[in-house]
Ligand binder design. Structure first.
Ligand SMILES: C[S@@+](CC[C@H](N)C(=O)[O-])C[C@H]1O[C@@H](n2cnc3c(N)ncnc32)[C@H](O)[C@@H]1O
Length: 293
């Protein structure tokens, strides 16, 4: 999507602005640039005397933002947000007043058939945020032992039928490796009964699990939650939007148990019905905010 407009609708945008409360001249970090929607709002608020340093692992997201956010007080970094301390050090930016993480994948990545995120498309089963690093999901699916595969699908997808899916994958790959997102989705659909009244595709949980494993998403989040208090100025705020319970649990626990945080949201903030109607992808979003003591 380099150079094109993003199709991603930023989730909980007004709530993020309200809680981070950016002021003219502030330095902020957006750990998850994506389509650049939140970054743009933050950059508008801090103005020309401020700065937003925006990270993404995805070179295509950065290439698009370079054009779409040209002229704004934004610096882009092609890095995992877990490396933000080192990047900020080298940029010598001064005290950071707010940090945003809007986890998971963007609608731009989902819409790009070459990435394998959408199981409705016949793209290669890749699922990496950064296709220049590590190995694609097809390698995991075709090489992991049956038990490890079942464990990944169970742990990261909370999928009850993980063992059945793993068994079927191992059977299938004896004759032919699984190469496309469509092939895997079809196989999973054959293993998981579609629950009545549920619009969600039965392949969703397995794809989520593989994506989390391939990108080591929970490890990145855990590391980053430990690093954020080293970066934030006293009174500065961290806002994290998560999309499933595994992420939300990490955020909730860190904000509650790390004495350097003062949790400001006892319960997570959820999108309004109006936002969910406008942007159904927002339905599972949960925002938690903490201040640096
Ligand atoms: C939900 S989207 C962000 C959307 C963005 N807030 C907006 O308004 O358009 C998440 C983005 O974070 C990136 N991402 C996910 N994990 C990351 C990590 N550990 N480090 C850096 N970027 C990451 C993904 O590549 C994706 O582009």
């Amino acid at each position: 999507m380099a150079g094109e407009k993003s199709v991603h609708a930023s989730v909980l945008a007004q709530e993020v602005l309200r809680w981070l409360d950016p002021q003219a001249g502030d330095v902020l970090v957006d750990g998850t640039l994506g389509g650049g929607g939140h970054t743009r709002l933050l950059a508008e608020a801090v103005g020309p005397t401020g700065l937003v340093i925006a990270f993404d692992r995805d070179p295509r997201a950065l290439a698009a933002a370079e054009r779409n956010l040209a002229g704004m007080p934004v610096k882009l970094a092609h890095a995992n947000f877990s490396e933000m301390a080192a990047v900020l050090d080298s940029e010598a930016t001064g005290p950071v007043k707010g940090i945003l993480l809007d986890l998971g994948l963007s609608s731009d990545q989902l819409a790009d058939a070459s990435r394998g995120f959408s199981f409705l498309a016949e793209g290669p089963l890749d699922l990496r945020f950064d296709p220049t690093e590590g190995a694609p999901a097809s390698q995991l699916v075709n090489r992991l032992g049956e038990k490890e595969l079942a464990d990944v699908i169970y742990r990261y997808g909370e999928e009850r039928f993980s063992r059945r899916i793993a068994r079927r994958i191992v059977e299938r790959r004896k004759t032919k490796p699984i190469e496309t997102a469509g092939e895997l989705a079809e196989l999973v659909r054959g293993c998981v009964p579609r629950s009545r009244g549920h619009a969600i595709d039965p392949a969703t949980r397995t794809f989520q699990a593989l994506r989390i494993a391939v990108n080591r998403e929970l490890e990145s989040l855990e590391t980053t939650l430990r690093v954020i208090p080293d970066i934030l100025a006293p009174g500065g705020r961290a806002a994290v939007i998560s999309f499933h319970s595994l992420e939300d649990r990490l955020v909730k626990t860190a904000f509650r148990d790390d004495p350097r945080y003062d949790a400001l949201t006892r319960k997570p903030i959820r999108p309004s019905e109006e936002e969910i109607r406008r942007n159904p992808r927002s339905r599972s979003a949960r925002l938690r905010v903490a201040a640096r003591r």
